[in-house]
Design a protein around this ligand. Structure first.
Ligand code: C2O
Ligand code: CU
Length: 562
């Protein structure tokens, strides 16, 4: 009898444990070079398992996925699980020289992807140099078995991953840009699920196609992995209903088009309720500064049944590339679902107020070099006037093992020189930033408010800001300079969207709030690749709390070494 009780309570313990913490899944990611043909030419690209885009990971809420990353390619690599909070486990987060050293060719690293409350669409990508241009894929977090979506059950779920393609080797694009100090070469195409679509040369057979049945509802899991642009997306004649973003449910709203930032995910429903035919889905960039090619990537929606297909599908009219109102107004419509079944937890009070300026800057050219950036200098970017300099070992390693001289803890809480950030002509004196490997230390459980403030240095632009280790509530946004006296009164503390990436409008500001309850080293950066390359990043060190479950887990034994 006693044995039986022990047996049952043990069984209960194990089952209870599994139910709370989800399943453990395992997957292999083999990094390898593979030849791919696009736009009339062929080149070798870095891939996962030879696939482009890479494999989709499917999991359920609260699962842990162990990914064995095996580097059989010729380059150093790291993989980041974008939007996964990784509670207490910064070791598997992935940004090179922030939480780990690169995985060298011929070596492996088993990463633990610890899901908690994320639900919906996330993704993964390389987090070193510009390799995310080809090393990326979807990470779909389904509801627990027996749980329903808070929207009509779709007949099918279709990932729509936007990407960007250069005909030349991506290492060359990066190298040339860094050498000249000017902007990087524009890409040759945008992609939907790795395919440019038939508006580009030699791309008739490189078009993604979706078959739909009349009257049914479909879910598009949209991910923007474009390197340098917010993207507009639209389906000819079909309205879209937004139901989620960044792995959180949103209040449904109907839109004719989507504006999606690099790093962001948007889940949309559409109903196949039009005349059976073929329709284009199309996507093209939104750009207000920088080199880019104004081209359009397409996929085709094909109704099943008997009808005469048109010789060319109907093309939707997308917002103009320069249409900031179209982009900003879409982003401003996002709201948390915030129902009893899907409650939210917006910090109503704040312990720490931070204000970070976001700037594109220039550096003087060194004496023995020629630079082709503005004023014969080099492009740089900064947060609070600091251009991030990559350390020689990871900040997490240095912090955990108390290695001195790798980073400093002086990242400013406020702009070091306040000025009229969005004035028409910012004096040249303010164009040059300072170099530094600076972090901001935050005590455990601090309720943080961070205001991103765009500046008009060198002409302003938007910045899709992304925070690792957290999702945050976007409580406010506006044009011009943030005013601490006036603007908080307009905050939405009722149903603000929960995001991990948010586009800060050109010459405007965005306020976010989060509770610093995940100890570790967490990167904050602009998700435009050119901006992050020029230094628009910093890291938070969130200290451990007193209780055992407020401490970081120990580092895994196979952590890559520098
Ligand atoms: Cu999607 Cu730090 O990245
Ligand atoms: Cu930026």
């Amino acid at each position: 009898m006693k044995f039986l009780i022990v047996y049952f309570s043990l069984l209960f313990f194990i089952c209870g444990f599994v139910a709370v913490h989800g399943k453990i899944l395992r997957q292999r990611f083999v990094l390898q070079d593979a030849p791919y043909t696009r736009l009339c030419g062929s080149k070798s690209i870095l891939t996962v398992n030879g696939k482009f885009p890479g494999p989709t990971i499917y999991a359920r809420v609260g699962d842990t996925v162990i990914v064995d990353v095996i580097n059989r390619a010729s380059e150093n690599i790291t993989i980041h699980w974008h939007g996964v909070k990784q509670p207490r486990n910064p070791w598997s987060d992935g940004p090179a020289y922030i939480t780990q050293c690169p995985i060298r060719p011929g070596t492996n690293f088993s990463q633990r992807i610890v899901l908690s409350d994320e639900i919906g669409t996330l993704w993964w990508h390389a987090h070193i140099e510009w390799f995310r241009s080809t090393v990326y894929g979807a990470l779909v977090v389904l509801p627990n078995l027996g749980d329903q979506y808070p929207f009509p059950k779709p007949a099918a779920e279709i990932p729509i991953i936007l990407g960007e393609w250069w005909n030349s080797d991506i290492r060359e694009v990066l190298r040339e840009g860094l050498q000249s100090g000017s902007d990087f070469n524009a890409s040759n195409a945008f992609l939907i699920n790795g395919q440019p679509g038939d508006l580009y040369p030699c791309s008739n057979s490189d078009t993604f196609k979706v078959k739909v049945d009349s009257g049914k509802t479909y879910l598009l899991r949209m991910i923007n992995n474009v390197m340098n642009n917010i993207m507009f997306f639209k389906i000819a004649n079909h309205n879209l209903t937004v139901v989620g973003s960044d792995a959180a449910y949103t209040k449904p709203f109907t839109a004719e088009y989507v504006a999606i930032s690099p790093g962001q995910t948007i889940d949309v429903l559409f109903v196949a309720n039009q005349q059976p035919s073929h329709y284009y889905m199309a996507s093209r960039p939104h750009n207000v500064a920088g080199n880019f090619a104004n081209t359009t990537t397409t996929a085709i929606l094909e109704y099943t049944g008997n009808y005469t297909a048109p010789s060319s599908p109907l093309l939707p009219t997308l917002p103009d590339f320069a249409d900031e109102v179209a982009s900003d107004s879409f982003t401003a419509r996002l709201r948390s679902l915030a129902t009893e079944a899907h409650p939210i937890d917006v910090p109503q009070t704040v312990d720490k107020e931070l204000l970070f300026t976001l700037s594109v800057n220039i550096f003087e050219c060194a004496l023995n070099e020629t630079c082709n950036g503005p004023l014969q200098g080099r492009f740089r970017t900064s947060l609070n006037n600091i251009t991030f300099v990559q350390p020689r070992i990871s900040i997490l390693d240095a912090y955990y093992n108390r290695v001195n001289g790798v980073y400093e803890e002086d990242f400013p809480q406020n702009p070091p020189f306040p000025f009229n950030y969005t004035m028409e002509f910012v004096p040249q004196l303010l164009w040059i930033p300072q170099n530094g490997t600076e972090v901001r230390v935050v005590e455990y459980n601090t309720s943080v408010e961070l205001v991103f403030q765009g500046t008009n240095i060198l002409g302003g632009t938007y910045h899709p800001m992304h925070l690792h280790g957290y999702s945050f509530y976007v409580v406010g946004r506006g044009n011009g300079n943030f005013d601490r006296e006036r603007d908080p009164s307009s905050y939405n503390l009722v149903d603000p969207p929960l995001q991990n990436t948010i586009a800060v409008p050109r010459n405007g500001w965005t306020a976010i709030r989060f509770k610093a309850n995940n100890p570790g080293v967490w990167l904050l950066h602009c998700h435009l690749e050119r901006h992050v390359t020029w230094g628009m990043e910093m890291a938070f060190i969130v200290r451990e709390g007193k209780s055992q479950d407020a401490k970081m887990l120990p580092p895994p034994a196979d952590m890559p070494r520098c």
